[in-house]
Design a protein around this ligand. Structure first.
Ligand code: PMP
Length: 389
């Protein structure tokens, strides 16, 4: 109808009433959305013109930083984990319940926003080596934040173990029905299933199912496992190449390439300066999580990306495309280019832009500036291949 076309642009109301099977539960296609949850999902797929031109392939990046609650793909995961807990009665508004989570930041931010929107408190445990933008934001959202020294996963003081213990303490100590709920993004199935049910189907709908490779890093592994599962199994894209983008210092590259979990910088049991020896935040890990395991047999290859390559890529994308991203997105883009260069010209490679550079001003972008990449950029960035070293 005419009214429909005014409200929704070229898509008529009639078309919208019967969504295709590939349309997802999440939606913000137009009009009014119900609360902040309505701003999650259906993110655009951006053709990165400079990388496409330089590789002779089509490099498409899913703009997950546009998820409106916490500004990352973790909005999908947080909503999925909370909804699953509500269905099981583990969370109930108005009971004084608190969501506990161990996170490097993004999941905590999404949980803190959704907790506010749905009547819960949030208590976030995070390592103290992450950019302070994330903990500052958590404070402003009214979450309780515990920044803890970096420790191995075997240590009870590791941020994930601490969050689990805090949730148990809450439930045990409460003399009311109030409960502590440990969201557990690393092991919860609600993580990868969120990507399987929303991110994957959106990519298929946006590309008409025409894509040759999917490239993503893994923190919990939820994104790569969930999207790969949907693309290769439900959507039947059996020939699709799924490639892990792994930062230096992470053990997953060797796991995918050689079947063994180790990394050159692995020093289990000793104190490390960082969780994984990279300045990249959010991806790279030295253990196999439930969510990574869910992608078993679906990941075809891995690309290891150095911090320097990630910095150069981030700067390249600002300069050529006006796209300002964080460190894990930069790793994804380097690996997307490396993947594209091994494929026939004209191939379509899809990757993820996880969060905005504004989350990374005090570490990643400060480092990029200190490297001198922001000076006299024309000369330094003329050649993408030189950029990749
Ligand atoms: N990028 C950022 C900024 C993140 O915080 C995370 C999650 N830790 C990821 C990427 C990785 O996503 P996943 O946990 O689904 O593997």
């Amino acid at each position: 109808s005419r009214r429909g076309s005014i409200l929704f642009g070229p898509v008529s109301l009639e078309d919208r009433e019967e969504p295709s099977a590939s349309m997802t539960a999440l939606g913000r296609a137009g009009g009014i959305v119900d609360g902040i949850e309505g701003t999650i999902g259906n993110t655009p797929l951006i053709r990165l013109r400079s990388l496409s031109a330089a590789t002779g392939c089509e490099i498409l990046a899913k703009a997950e930083f546009l998820n409106g609650a916490g500004g990352s793909p973790k909005d999908r995961v947080a909503l999925s984990m909370i909804e699953a807990a509500e269905e099981q009665g583990l969370l109930s508004p108005g009971r004084g319940d608190c969501i506990y989570e161990g996170t490097v930041g993004s999941t905590g931010i999404s949980l803190a926003v959704l907790a506010r929107a749905r009547g819960y408190h949030a208590h976030i445990c995070m390592p103290d080596d992450m950019a302070h933008e994330k903990s500052d934001l958590l404070h402003h959202l009214g979450a309780t934040v515990e920044r803890v020294p970096v420790a191995p996963i075997t240590d009870p003081a590791h941020f994930v173990n601490l969050a689990r213990a805090r949730a148990q303490q809450h439930t045990a100590a409460a003399d009311t029905p109030s409960r502590g709920f440990f969201a557990d993004q690393f092991e919860s199935r609600a993580n990868y299933t969120a990507h399987m049910k929303t991110t994957g189907p959106e990519i298929v709908a946006q590309t008409d199912g025409r894509l040759d490779a999917f490239v993503a890093g893994a923190g919990t592994g939820g994104t790569i496992a969930g999207v790969a599962k949907h693309l290769k199994e439900a959507a039947g894209l059996a020939g699709l190449r799924v490639v892990l983008a792994d930062p230096q210092g992470s053990g997953l590259y060797n796991k995918v390439r050689h079947g063994v979990m180790y990394s050159a910088t692995e020093r289990e049991g000793t104190r490390r300066r960082t969780q994984v020896d990279t300045m990249v935040e959010g991806i790279g890990i030295n253990r196999i999580t439930e969510n990574f395991e869910a992608g078993r047999g679906l990941i075809d290859d891995a690309v290891r990306v150095t911090d320097e390559q990630a910095c150069r890529m981030a700067r390249w994308l600002v300069e050529h495309d006006g796209v300002f991203i964080g460190s894990s997105s930069a790793v994804n883009c380097v690996a997307a280019v490396v993947t594209a260069l091994k494929m026939p010209p004209g191939s379509r490679v899809v990757t993820i832009l996880c969060d905005s550079g504004t989350r990374h001003l005090s570490k990643f972008w400060k480092h990029i500036a200190a490297m001198g990449l922001e000076d006299d950029t024309q000369e330094q960035h003329e050649d993408l291949l030189a950029l990749l070293g």
